[in-house]
Design a binder for this molecule. Structure first.
Ligand code: ZN
Length: 82
């Protein structure tokens, strides 16, 4: 009977330690989130409009035959064919 109580105490202590360690683990798995956030704000190539000088991301620029522009209106204003 004495050993039964000792085993019950040991099992109880192990259960408490495991419960605490499983609560500590979730914050340890959080670091991947900042890495994903860094991907979302990855640097983009910026270009300047040849007509007005406005800086904009390369993917949003309107490409003419010679230069890049912020809009189709500025490309036409320069007489640059698409
Ligand atoms: Zn422009």
């Amino acid at each position: 009977m004495k050993y039964l109580l000792l085993i019950a105490v040991v099992v109880g202590v192990l259960w408490l330690v495991r419960g605490r360690s499983s609560r500590v683990n979730p914050p340890a798995s959080k670091p991947p989130q900042p890495a994903q956030a860094a991907k979302a704000v990855s640097p983009q190539a910026m270009v300047a409009c040849a007509h007005c000088g406005l800086h904009l991301p390369r993917c949003e620029a309107v490409a003419g035959a010679q230069e890049l522009y912020c809009s189709d209106a500025h490309r036409r204003a320069r007489g640059d064919p698409p």
